[in-house]
Design a protein around this ligand. Structure first.
Ligand code: F6P
Length: 319
């Protein structure tokens, strides 16, 4: 029996530990593991190779993905999906573990409706925006990177009596910004999920500045596009010198945290178990501290939500 693994979309820390677990566990189960390199692009171009233990030696601590990834436009076209299927056939592969996000799972869903393909999607995106999953691979490492950056920014911010507006990634999701704001004790957090009450914020912060507050830390989710607007608002309304920092792609790299490594191992082991027992088209999610499989249709077109407790904590900060 054969099985393949691929990455698709934005890379994240945790992919390499997942790839290592995939190879180790496949051999343990007596199945032959394959790598599909460069995501859907590599699948179309036939970049598929048998995976060996030696390929995954010494990768568990590395960020990114040794099998590379891509965002493929060609895979939207039927003729390229047909080419991709022919490439899989050459290696007798019809079971795939895909590390990616919503777009990648949808791509495989279309593919698996056209051809005899089973797959399990493993949520792997720093955006943490897979519907019904509390967690995606890479999120923990990313949050720790943001935490370190905010701790450093606080040092310089407090030395000067300045405000810093820090932009986090996350596409349309404010998850990274919200958790970072709560765990870093930020004063302001602007995310797509909840409107800020700027009038009450102005009153509160003016009072605090009058009473000796010496700096302000604000977090903005990239999906709001409000980083510069907020910096201007702080300077004008609160009369405090302001700098902006966009953390950018450093949030996606780095040595995977212990939690991401452990979760990578569990996600992949359970995905292989599922593929060995049934013809499935599913995504493995992590909800309320346990793993569940969701049929891909259950996730399609659903808007991801953020834990209500986190939103409540956020509301206290910005309302
Ligand atoms: O989906 C992961 C992510 O890092 C988003 O947070 C961000 O908006 C996007 O990818 C950036 O994409 P790219 O790496 O193509 O610039």
């Amino acid at each position: 029996m054969t099985i393949a693994i691929m990455c698709s979309g934005g890379d994240c820390a945790g992919m390499n530990p997942a790839i290592k677990s995939f190879v180790d566990y496949s051999y343990e189960k007596g199945i032959t593991p394959y790598f599909i390199y460069e995501g859907f692009e590599g699948l179309i171009d036939g970049k598929i190779k048998k995976a060996k233990h030696e390929n995954v030696a010494g990768i568990i601590h590395l960020g990114g993905t040794i099998i590379k990834t891509s965002r493929s436009k060609r895979f939207y076209e039927k003729k390229y999906r047909e080419q991709a299927y022919d490439n899989l056939q050459k290696h007798n592969i019809n079971k795939i573990v895909v590390l990616g996000g919503n777009g990648s799972f949808e791509g495989l869903n279309v593919f698996s409706k056209e051809y005899d393909i089973s797959f399990v999607g493993v949520p792997s995106t720093i955006d943490n925006d897979i519907y019904s999953s509390d967690y995606s691979l890479g999120v923990d490492t990313s949050l720790n990177i943001i935490k370190s950056a905010l701790d450093d920014i606080r040092d310089t911010s407090s030395s000067f009596k300045r405000a810093f507006v820090v932009e986090t990634m996350g596409r349309d999701s404010g998850y990274l910004a919200i958790v970072s704001a709560i765990t870093s004790g930020a004063e302001i957090c602007v995310v797509p999920e909840i409107e800020v009450d700027f009038n009450s914020l102005e009153k509160r912060l003016k009072k605090e500045l009058k009473n000796g507050r010496s700096y302000i830390l604000a977090i903005v989710a990239e999906g709001t596009n409000k980083t510069d607007t907020l910096a201007k608002w702080i300077e004008e309304k609160l009369d405090i010198e302001t700098r902006t920092v966009s953390l950018g792609h450093i949030q996606r790299g780095g040595n995977p945290s212990v939690f991401d490594r452990l979760m990578a191992n569990e996600f992949v082991t359970l995905s292989i178990d599922k593929l060995l027992t049934e013809n499935t088209k599913s995504v493995i999610i992590y909800k309320n501290s346990s793993f569940q499989y969701k049929q891909i249709e259950e996730l399609s077109d659903k808007t991801p939500t953020i834990n209500p407790f986190l939103l409540k904590q956020l509301e206290k900060m910005i309302k």
